[in-house]
Design a binder for this molecule. Structure first.
Ligand SMILES: Nc1ncnc2c1ncn2[C@@H]1O[C@H](COP(=O)(O)OP(=O)(O)O)[C@@H](O)[C@H]1O
Ligand SMILES: [Mg+2]
Length: 374
């Protein structure tokens, strides 16, 4: 695991980048990546093989070898049903990493498996099957076919798969509705807004029913309102279908909104992998801390970060909140009722949030310590 050690809040599981058997409660990972490197340039494979070269910074590595290490010793699992976000500034290696998953980019070293099957030993036929049926990529420019209708564009992926015309149309029509394009199925892409075109692209990827959807910054070019719409669409589709998604973005807010877990990349490495709450609440280093500095903490952190043990009598009084309630929601409840709120799970009171605890979280002071972390 290449993430520096950091304090993990007690209610969350540790990131599962360590090798070895998973606890049985964990679902089997879809993708499992270990020690992955992608180096561009001459004799690329000597870079991961040589500790000294592998440790060089980007400029020095280029000077000494003419190589660029886009992905450096990266390990992670993508769990079934989660939205796994890869976030980082432009050039940090996000696209390269995600392209390695289906070998659109050939990795330099390391291992990748999907549902336990080794991706690096797949032959051409198996790879084609992987890209078409199992892990479909949704790009920023969806590459819609201009002379085809919405319906036929959505059916296109199925056509490539060799699905018959009747079934194609039925399935495509189903996804027209799913992404909210009813009534527009006979238009051509040129007669649609940018946001509607994105929906066509999304429907096309969904219609082939892949096990995993891989998104490479699909909404970056959209204006903010349409972008928010599309993010909500992804959240909704994910909630309805539970489909596994790997979502790349350079936008922190998008990452926090969509990600069950986020891998934050810098210079080809994952500097932290965790839930939005872990990344914002316990940044692994100064880089991450700086990255999340302006995030409204009360909208990301949950009441677990703000609660203290209940005193005698307190566990019966005041508004009740679920443990996943945000601090923002707790502030509302406490302000509205004038009482401390209880955090309740399965009828049991886990703790109490009061004004001091809530203010402390907003100010970056963990409950009960009186010490600032950010
Ligand atoms: N085909 C390539 N040849 C050489 N260098 C590349 C190639 N593709 C990407 N890179 C370099 O790898 C690094 C990571 O790029 P990329 O994965 O596209 O980052 P991101 O998607 O985070 O913006 C960058 O320094 C980029 O210039
Ligand atoms: Mg990119």
């Amino acid at each position: 695991m290449n993430t520096p050690p950091h304090t993990t809040p007690p209610h969350t599981t540790t990131p599962d980048t360590a090798t070895g058997p998973q606890p049985s409660a964990e679902p089997e990972p879809v993708f499992s990546v270990r020690g992955l490197w992608k180096v561009f340039g001459p004799k690329a494979d000597r870079v991961p093989a040589d500790k000294e070269l592998g440790a060089l910074g980007a400029a020095e590595l280029r000077e000494r070898t003419g190589c660029t290490a886009a992905v450096r010793d990266v390990s992670f699992d993508v769990r079934k049903g989660e939205v796994f976000v890869v976030m980082g500034l432009s050039g940090s290696g996000k696209s390269t990493l995600v392209r390695c998953l289906t070998r659109l980019v050939e990795p330099t070293s390391g291992t990748i498996s999907i549902d336990g099957e080794d991706v690096l030993s797949m032959d051409t036929g198996r790879l084609r099957e992987l890209r078409r049926h199992r892990a479909a990529m949704v790009f920023q420019h969806f590459g819609l076919l201009p002379h085809r209708t919405v319906l036929d564009n959505i059916a296109y992926g199925l056509e490539i798969q060799g699905v018959g015309r009747g079934e194609r149309r039925d399935r495509a029509a189903e996804f027209v509705t799913k992404v909210g394009l009813d009534g527009l199925e006979h238009r051509r892409p040129g007669q649609l807004s940018g946001g509607q075109q994105q929906r066509v692209g999304l429907a096309r990827a969904l219609a082939v029913d892949p096990e995993v959807l891989l998104f490479d910054e699909p909404f970056s070019a959209l204006d903010p309102l349409i972008r928010r719409d599309m993010q909500e669409e992804v959240v909704r589709l994910h909630q309805e279908e539970g489909r596994t998604m790997v979502f790349i973005t350079h936008d922190l807010n998008e990452a926090l909104k969509l990600g069950d877990r986020i891998a934050l990349m810098r210079d080809g490495r994952i500097v932290q992998l965790g839930t939005p709450e872990e990344i914002v609440g316990a940044p692994a280093d100064d880089y991450v801390r700086d990255f999340v500095r302006d995030v409204p903490r009360e909208q990301v952190l949950t009441v677990r970060s703000a609660m203290r043990p209940a005193l005698i009598g307190e566990s019966q009084a005041g508004p009740a909140l679920v443990p996943s309630a945000t601090v923002h929601e707790a502030i509302e409840a406490v302000a509205r009722t004038g009482e401390n709120a209880r955090v309740v799970e399965d009828g049991r009171c886990l703790g109490v949030v009061d004004r001091a605890g809530l203010l402390g979280v907003v100010a970056g002071i963990p409950a009960g310590t009186g010490k600032a972390v950010a």
